[in-house]
Design a protein around this ligand. Structure first.
Ligand code: PGA
Length: 245
């Protein structure tokens, strides 16, 4: 399986940051990267990033509303992202779950909205530190897979991002064996029909630990926050992806 390296800029980036998209797209066009590349800038930059990327890398949104349109001030629909040229959207990021009270059911409906608009849904899930310490990580993640990944998800339209909440933005990552075991567990939970979904790892992926993480069995790519903001760091991560077909 060809790995996917996705960058999540979160609430970072103004016009000047488009230079990073330009640099990354130029590099991707000239160096045959071993993985698919997706950058998810803030929504204000999506349309311009699409023009700059010019098909050399994918551009995505960071969230979408379940509905196509309507009286939902401040929200953005999957159709709007698609109209702006996006090819994917992140749904259910832990920061959305935590700060916006998003439930598994809502996340599933956002994934369906992404498909309706022809976008790939990158569905995020992962346990908190308390849950891991209490020995509940596997059960929590199984519950999240069951309730936030629709049964009819297929590899063409959906990727999972396993992001332990305690590893996001902290510089801490799980032990290699814990990542391997959790990814195998997620694949198990996905069942035979959804087996071909890419399962990305996210949480403090950096240039200096990317190779070790991307080499692990059942890791089909990475969702990168902080280290996606600079093209050079992100390129370093993409370039150590495991080559695949
Ligand atoms: P981080 O963020 O790489 O900065 O830890 C990852 C994410 O939140 O997707």
């Amino acid at each position: 399986m060809r790995q996917l390296i996705a960058g999540n800029w979160k609430m970072n980036g103004e016009s000047a940051s488009l230079a990073e998209v330009e640099a990354l797209a130029c590099w991707a066009a000239s160096s045959a990267p071993p993985a698919d590349i997706l950058i998810c800038p803030p929504h204000t930059l999506v349309a311009r990033a699409v023009v700059i990327a010019n098909g050399r890398i994918g551009i995505g949104g960071q969230d979408c509303h379940p509905d196509k349109s309507g009286a939902f001030t401040g929200d953005i629909s999957a159709e709007m992202l698609q109209d702006a040229g996006a090819s994917a959207v992140i749904v259910g990021h832990s920061e959305r779950r935590q700060y916006h009270g998003e439930t598994d059911a809502l996340v599933a409906s956002k994934a369906r909205a992404a498909w309706r608009a022809g976008l790939v849904a990158v569905i995020c899930l992962g346990e908190t530190e308390d849950q891991r310490l209490a020995g509940q990580a596997f059960r929590i993640v199984a519950d999240q897979v069951a309730a936030s990944v629709p049964q009819d998800a297929i590899g063409m339209t959906t990727a999972i991002a396993y992001e332990p909440v305690w590893a996001i933005g902290t510089g801490r990552t799980p032990a290699a064996q814990d990542i391997t075991e959790m990814h195998a567990h997620i694949r198990e939970c996905l069942g035979s029909v959804r087996r071909q979904l890419r399962v990305l790892y996210g949480g403090s992926v950096k240039p200096d630990n990317a190779r070790q993480i991307l080499d692990l069995p059942n890791v089909d790519g990475a969702l990168v926050g902080g280290a996606s903001l600079r093209a050079l760091d992100f390129q370093t991560i993409v370039s150590v992806a495991r080559p695949g077909s």
